[in-house]
Write a protein that binds this ligand. Structure first.
Ligand code: UTP
Length: 278
């Protein structure tokens, strides 16, 4: 039912400066692969073959990495990705000005057309595959779904937050939502995975700049909810790393590194040893 996906990767990544001065944050390595590769593979493993990636200035490396031809096939991470790229149709569109996530999503309108679609933030990794689960929920409930996680109230002020009524295990009917609220109304924070319907574009068109002067996707979704449209929140039980901030990037490398067959054992031993020096 969901045949199309959109990945946003046009953000400036100022929280990562100077690391992102000349390279996109989506190209930061997490164990064996850059972040964008995890996200494209998540789309493919969800059964979606049509993908548009919204990029922008300074994002050439993302486009080059997600290009069919890698060259020398030296290891499984190269070979597996090449197979993924061969099976998919991937398009790029460039956001002209960095006016926020909501604005970036608008660039996918022509590609999406009249179809529901998955939306993934290109700097977030989810393990296991969150998009695949959202698609199942969308098919069951027939309405947009936003992945959420429990956050501390302190962190909630820096996140998109939903207020909802629990309708069944891990699923909430959203009653209201706010982007980075001063006084959070709940501890349910939005994570970078969505399944949306094309009517969101009508709302994005009407959405005024919000938090930080940017067009916020959360504000457009809020207006849909206030118009009486059903949108669900799914409490994702897996691991989600927001590579847009440094500490999550470190955590992703350590946690996924510890689980890795090739380097896990040595990393564990090293962590044990280094703890002795601290
Ligand atoms: P962030 O909130 O992480 O913002 O974007 P950012 O600009 O990328 O990073 P900082 O805050 O400067 O460090 C969330 C998602 O929205 C995309 C980002 O690429 C990321 O997927 N985005 C954000 C855009 O595509 N365009 C924008 O104008 C803003």
């Amino acid at each position: 039912m969901i045949k199309k996906a959109v990945i946003t990767a046009a953000g400036l990544g100022t929280r990562f400066l100077p690391i992102t001065k000349a390279q996109p944050k989506e190209m930061l390595p997490v164990v064996h692969k850059p972040v964008i590769q995890y996200v494209v593979e998540e789309v493919y493993l969800s059964g979606i073959k049509e993908l548009v990636i919204v990029t922008g200035r300074h994002k050439r490396a993302v486009e080059d990495h997600v290009d069919g031809y890698i060259g020398k096939k030296e290891n499984e991470y190269v070979n597996d990705f090449e197979r993924v790229l061969e099976a998919m149709n991937i398009f790029f569109v460039r956001q002209k000005e960095q006016r926020g996530l909501g604005d970036a999503v608008r660039y996918a309108e022509a590609f999406v057309g009249d179809d529901p679609f998955a939306l993934l933030l290109g700097d977030n990794i989810t393990i296991p595959n969150c998009t695949e689960i959202l698609i199942d929920i969308f098919e069951e409930l027939g309405a947009p779904v936003v992945a959420i996680e429990k956050v501390s109230i302190e962190r909630a002020r820096h996140r998109g937050i939903i207020k909802g009524r629990k309708i069944k295990e891990d699923v909430y009917l959203i009653e209201d939502m706010f982007e980075k609220p001063e006084r959070p109304i709940s501890n349910l924070g939005i994570i970078g995975r969505y399944v949306l319907t094309p009517d969101v574009f009508n709302y994005l068109r009407e959405t005024e700049p919000g938090y930080a002067g940017e067009i916020q996707l959360t504000d457009a979704l809020r207006n849909m909810v206030l118009d009486g449209k059903e949108i669900y929140g799914y409490l994702y039980p897996g691991r989600r790393f927001d590579i847009g901030n440094k500490i999550d990037w470190f955590k992703a490398n350590i946690e996924l590194g510890l689980r890795d067959e090739e380097i896990g054992k040595e990393l564990r031993e090293w962590i044990h040893k280094v703890k002795g020096y601290l």
